[in-house]
Design a protein around this ligand. Structure first.
Ligand code: MG
Length: 218
């Protein structure tokens, strides 16, 4: 079972499910030629896709176009079903930095054929994840600079203020479908600037006050 660390908590936290949100920043939806969806798009990654800072990404041989997507990650601390938006922030234990690695060529083919995305999103090493900081340290998660550099060069540089659907609404919508339990993690979408990574690249993702995540592509 994969675990993550939450600062100040001596015990490693076992990870449950990873629920991800698609197209939650308008400029990113546009750069891939997609509309901002009327209803949120959710998909999942298994906990086996997680790697920590300092570990290596292994791109599956079925792809020649693996993209980085830096995202704010939310870890759940309190169980909830059909959580009301006004109560949603009480369910959050902490925040972290994630990269939602995506095999764009595989995903495009699956999308075009109306098939599920798992092969493009859920492979081993598809979810680099930092340690988490307690929610009490982040008074407003919707005003954080979020960025990603590849080999020192800035690729994504935006603000969590530009999320289409904010975290309370996301947790409410998600928990209408899936009970959220302690240790579940929600990835809140990526801003524009996604691009390909190649063997040897070093990815450094950073969210102000939340943390830094650095991984290398094997
Ligand atoms: Mg994403």
């Amino acid at each position: 079972m994969r675990t993550v660390k939450i600062a100040g908590n001596p015990d490693p936290c076992p990870v449950g499910k990873l629920v991800c949100v698609g197209r939650n920043y308008a400029e990113h939806a546009r750069e891939l030629g997609n509309e901002v969806p009327e209803k949120p798009i959710f998909f999942m990654k298994p906990s086996t896709s997680i790697i920590g800072s300092g570990e290596e990404i292994i791109i599956p041989s079925i792809s020649s176009d693996c993209h980085h997507e830096v995202e704010l990650a939310v870890i759940i601390g309190k169980k909830g079903k059909s959580i009301r938006p006004v109560e949603a922030m009480d369910h959050i234990a902490g925040y972290g930095v994630a990269i939602d690695l995506t095999l764009r060529d595989v995903q495009t083919e699956l999308k075009n054929r109306g098939l599920p995305w798992e092969a493009a999103k859920a492979f081993d090493t598809a979810c680099p994840l930092s340690d988490f900081v307690p929610a009490s340290r982040i008074p407003d998660p919707h005003e954080l600079r979020i960025s990603l550099r590849v080999n020192g060069e800035i690729r994504q540089d935006s603000s969590t203020s530009l999320m289409v659907r904010r975290i309370p609404e996301l947790l409410s919508e998600i928990s209408n479908l899936f009970t959220l339990e302690p240790g579940d993690i929600v990835l809140t979408g990526t801003p524009e600037g996604v691009a390909r990574v190649d063997s040897g690249d070093i990815l450094r993702a950073e969210i102000d006050r939340v943390g830094v995540l650095e991984v290398k592509v094997r």
